[in-house]
Design a protein around this ligand. Structure first.
Ligand code: 5GP
Ligand code: ZN
Length: 140
């Protein structure tokens, strides 16, 4: 296990290919995959490869890379899905709504009249997530 990985962290497992995910993009610093419990069609997570618990444990270089990648993913969602808007959100600490303690940013397409729920959603079928990831990859 690489030193920047944490035991029992689901996002580290995805990065290490020890757990499945519908991957949209990957480079040296960042991985982007479909949220398994999507708030909307196309809900994507931009995740640092280095394991930091939250914004406070994440380097400025990684924070910048995440911000730039969130913009690229937003653009891909706009092109592929034509949402009415795109929400970008990031939570630090359980009190703020964080549930996975490995720094990440949500990029969530939104449509007029569609209600947003951040947690307590339904798990999507892996094939649906992969189909969505393929659509976004195609225009990234
Ligand atoms: P947080 O509230 O920590 O910002 O959000 C964590 C997100 O990770 C949630 O939106 C949740 O649906 C997503 N998530 C939790 N476990 C998994 C998983 O095993 N795979 C994927 N792709 N997403 C997950
Ligand atoms: Zn981790």
């Amino acid at each position: 296990m690489a030193e920047h990985q944490a035991n029992d962290c689901i996002f580290c497992k995805i990065i290490n290919r020890e757990a499945p995910a519908a991957i949209i993009h990957e480079d040296e610093q960042i991985i982007v995959f479909a949220d398994a419990f999507p708030s909307s069609q196309g809900h994507s997570l931009v995740v640092t490869k280095a394991h930091g618990r939250d914004i406070h444990e994440t380097s400025e270089e990684d924070l910048q890379a995440v911000a730039v990648m969130a913009k690229r993913i937003s653009q891909a969602q706009k092109t592929a899905l034509s949402p009415d808007g795109i929400m970008i959100a990031q939570f630090n600490g359980a009190a703020a709504g964080q549930t996975v303690f490995h720094y990440h940013t949500h990029v969530v397409p939104r449509w007029e009249g569609e209600k947003l729920t951040i947690h307590g959603r339904k798990q999507a079928a892996p094939e649906e997530l992969e189909a969505m990831a393929a659509k976004l990859r195609a225009v990234l």
